[in-house]
Design a protein around this ligand. Structure first.
Ligand SMILES: CCCCC/C=C\CCCC/C=C/C(=O)SCCNC(=O)CCNC(=O)[C@H](O)C(C)(C)COP(=O)(O)OP(=O)(O)OC[C@H]1O[C@@H](n2cnc3c(N)ncnc32)[C@H](O)[C@@H]1OP(=O)(O)O
Length: 243
């Protein structure tokens, strides 16, 4: 699955919906057993959630958007398919969450390709299920520091803290993902799938039980004047970079 939403693969409502439909199609076709998730945007895996969806819109839109973000995470996190990410670019916040929801992560060795949950740098907060997904991957202490400081880890550090499983030269990222896949596909499917569910269901259940409350929290939080202002300032900084 090659993500293509130029220029930065931001996860707009439309793009989230496309990803969800593609995933559902693959999951319902018995011929498919695995996905390699990668990007078609040079140097960028994903810039995360689309800030334009969270800025200057009305509460109904925020609720619709957040429901789609929840849906995509639940679907990826609990997918019965083997999902491996071949991370071939910088990967921020919501994009990093997608990669963390995969079963295995290969990252291209380029110092520009940092990844992490950098929400605090924008003046916003990673929701509890983003946090839980990171804790499940790197452990509590590393996650606490990474989340508070909004750290984006370059490849060597991402590997060292366990945010990714392998770092390879840029031209080998897809072949490395394919080689890894062979090991996962050699395991009897039902045993692997049930084990994945055993490991992940408690984390997913937390959101499933509180989905509506989580949407309401998001809408309340993102609608605040101070948060809207912080997001506008951040977007402005991104644009000013060019001048
Ligand atoms: C108490 C209860 C709490 C409940 C929860 C509440 C809160 C909210 C949780 C929300 C969780 C949020 C998750 C997220 O994912 S937020 C997004 C975080 N993403 C980032 O910080 C990345 C921002 N982007 C960049 O750093 C760079 O763009 C880059 C990815 C490194 C690529 O750099 P470069 O190649 O130089 O491209 P440009 O910066 O020039 O960008 C090209 C155009 O794309 C626009 N852009 C970039 N990122 C985004 C984005 N995420 N959304 C929308 N648009 C984006 C950028 O402005 C440029 O636009 P222009 O061409 O019109 O100038």
């Amino acid at each position: 699955m090659k993500m293509r939403n130029p220029p930065v693969n931001s996860l707009s409502l439309e793009f989230l919906t496309e990803l969800l439909i593609s995933l559902e199609k693959l999951e319902s076709d018995k011929a498919f057993h695995a996905i390699i998730l990668t990007s078609d945007c040079p140097g960028i895996f994903s810039a995360g959630l689309d800030l334009m969806e969270m800025c200057g819109r009305d509460p109904t839109h925020y609720a619709e958007y957040w429901k789609a973000v929840q849906e995509l995470w639940l679907r990826f996190y609990l997918s019965h398919l083997v999902v491996i990410s071949a991370i071939n670019g910088v990967n921020a916040a919501g994009g990093c969450l997608l990669a963390l929801s995969c079963d295995y992560r290969v990252l291209a060795d380029n110092p520009k390709y940092a990844m992490g949950l950098n929400e605090t740098l924008l003046g916003i907060i990673a929701p509890f299920w983003f946090k839980d997904t990171l804790v499940n991957t790197v452990g509590h202490r590393t996650a606490e520091r990474a989340l508070q400081l909004g750290l984006l880890f370059p490849p060597a550090e991402a590997l060292q803290v366990g945010m990714v499983d392998k770092v390879v030269p840029e031209d080998q990222v897809l072949s490395a993902a394919r080689s890894e896949l062979a090991q996962w596909l050699a395991i009897p499917g039902h045993a692997r799938q049930l084990t994945k569910s055993l490991m992940r269901k408690p984390t997913a259940d937390r959101l499933l039980k509180e989905r509506d409350a989580d949407i309401q929290n998001f809408v309340r939080f993102i609608s605040r004047d101070a948060i809207q202002k912080a997001l506008r300032v951040y977007l402005e900084k991104l644009k000013q970079k060019k001048t």
